[in-house]
Design a protein around this ligand. Structure first.
Ligand code: NAP
Length: 360
C-alpha cells in the first residue's frame, strides 16, 4: 500500500506509519515500505543488511541455523511490518547500499548525491525496507545480502563508505559504533573496566577504547565464553585487555568469583556486549558500589536490571546503550585504523560468504 500524499511529510517519517495511528516509525507495528521516495526522503538500493546480533541469534535459533529458512523468516518479517523489526528481540540492524535518489526538499541541504555508497546509521527497526529477494545469508556473521530498497528519512543519519576500509568491515563496525564511542566517554584514567562479551564486534572495539581511556594506571578485563578463540587470544596478544575471564556470563556466582580474582575491588565501569539474555545481574554484581553499568546489549531486560540491582542492594548507575553518540561512526572506524590487528581480524571474520538465490 502506498500512502503517498495521504499525510504531510514529516522529518521523522511519521507519514510512513500505517499502524498504529500516532506512532513514529520505530515504535510502529507496520510501515509503508513502498520504494518511491517522498520529497524529503532518500531512496537507496540495498546491498546488504547487518542483522543485530541479538536478533540474528534469535532468528537463527528458531530456524535451526538454516540459512534459507533464516532468509525466509526475514522476508516474512519485512512483508508483515515493512521493516526488519524483530518482534521478539525488538531490535533491527543497519544496511549498506547506494543512493538512488534524493527528494527535492532534501537534495540541496545534504552532502549526498545519487550514486554515493552509504551505511545507514539508524536502526532497521525504523527503516522502510522492500525486499525483492534474499541472495545470501551468512549464518556466522548475521550478514544478509539482498535485492531490495530502503528509505531514509530527513532525520535519518548515514555515513559515506570510506575508501580505506572494506565495505563488509564497515558494515560490521558501524552497526556497533555506539559502544566504543560511549566507552570512550565513560571510562576515566585509572578506572577498572569490565567488558562482558569482550570477543564480539562491539566488545573488541569497547576494549580498545577502554584501554586508551583508562591509560597505564587503569585495568581492563574481558569476559569471554571461550578464552581459546582467535578473537579472545587477540585481545591478550594486542594488549587490549589486561586479563580475560573465561565464563558464561549467565552464571552469576561463578562469574563474580572469577571477576573478583581479576578485579578484587570490582569494576568502576561494566560494559555489557553479549548477544544473549540473562546477564543483567552478572553485570550489576561485578560492578563496584556507585559504579556504572552500560548495557549495550539488545538482549537487556529493563525489569531484570532494575529489580536485580534492587534485589542485591547495589547502588549503581545503569545506562541504556544508546546506539548513537556524536561522532560515533568516525570514532569506530578510527579504532580499526589505530588497531591493525583488530582490523585484520574483522576483515577475515566478516568477509563475504558463498551466495545463493532465494525467491521473491
Ligand atoms: P557479537 O559480535 O555477536 O558479540 C557477542 C559476544 O557475546 C560474542 O563474543 C559472544 O561469544 C558473547 N557471548 C554470548 N553469550 C555469552 C555468554 N553467555 N557469556 C559470555 N559471553 C557471551 O555481537 P555484537 O554485534 O558485538 O553485539 C553485541 C550486543 O550489542 C548484542 O546484544 C547486540 O544486539 C547489541 N547491539 C546494541 C546496539 C545498540 O545500539 N545498543 C547496536 C548494535 C548491537 P561467542 O561468539 O563465543 O558466543
Amino acid at each position: 500500500m502506498n500512502v503517498l500524499f495521504a499525510h504531510k511529510v514529516d522529518r521523522l517519517g511519521s507519514h510512513r506509519v500505517i499502524e498504529p495511528a500516532g506512532a513514529l516509525p520505530q515504535n510502529a507495528i507496520k510501515l509503508d515500505n513502498t520504494p518511491i521516495p517522498f520529497e524529503n526522503e532518500i531512496l537507496c538500493e540495498v546491498e546488504a543488511l547487518n542483522i543485530d546480533s541479538a536478533s540474528f541469534r534469535q532468528i537463527s535459533e528458531s530456524n535451526d541455523g538454516d540459512a534459507r529458512r533464516i532468509g525466509d523468516h526475514i522476508m516474512q518479517t519485512v512483508k508483515e511490518r515493512g521493516k526488519q523489526h524483530n518482534p521478539v528481540t525488538g531490535s533491527g540492524g543497519m544496511f549498506i547500499g547506494e543512493v538512488l535518489s534524493i527528494g527535492a526538499q532534501l537534495r540541496e541541504r545534504i552532502d549526498l548525491r545519487a550514486g554515493d555508497r552509504i551505511a545507514s546509521l539508524v536502526s532497521l527497526t525504523l527503516t522502510p525496507l522492500w525486499i525483492d529477494a534474499v541472495k545470501d545469508v551468512d549464518t556466522a556473521t548475521g550478514r544478509v545480502w539482498i535485492c531490495g530498497k530502503a528509505i531514509l528519512f530527513e532525520s535519518g543519519i548515514w555515513a559515506k563508505l570510506p575508501g580505506d576500509i572494506q565495505t563488509e568491515v564497515v558494515l560490521a563496525t558501524l552497526d556497533v559504533a555506539g559502544a566504543p564511542a560511549q566507552v570512550r566517554r565513560m571510562a576515566k584514567p585509572g578506572d577498572s573496566v569490565l567488558v562482558i562479551g569482550a570477543d564480539g564486534k562491539s566488545g573488541m572495539l569497547a576494549c580498545a577504547q577502554a584501554k586508551m581511556a583508562t591509560g597505564g594506571s587503569g585495568r581492563v578485563v574481558g569476559v569471554v565464553p571461550d578464552a581459546g578463540t582467535e578473537s579472545a587470544r587477540l585481545l591478550i596478544e594486542e594488549n587490549l585487555v589486561d586479563a580475560l575471564v573465561e565464563a558464561d556470563a549467565r552464571e552469576v556466582l561463578n562469574l563474580v568469583d572469577k571477576v573478583h580474582a581479576a578485579l578484587p575491588d570490582l569494576a568502576h565501569l561494566t560494559v555489557n556486549c553479549v548477544n544473549c539474555a540473562g546477564t543483567e545481574l552478572s553485570s550489576i554484581i561485578c560492578t563496584r558500589e556507585n559504579g556504572t553499568v552500560y548495557f549495550f546489549s539488545m538482549a537487556t531486560s529493563f525489569t531484570a536490571a532494575a529489580l536485580g540491582a534492587e534485589g542485591v542492594g547495589k547502588d549503581v548507575t545503569m545506562i541504556v546503550g544508546n546506539g548513537y553518540a556524536k561522532g560515533h561512526a568516525e570514532l569506530a572506524l578510527q579504532t580499526l585504523r589505530d588497531h591493525p590487528a583488530i582490523h585484520a581480524y574483522f576483515r577475515k571474520r566478516y568477509a563475504p560468504a558463498q551466495h545463493f538465490e532465494q525467491g521473491n
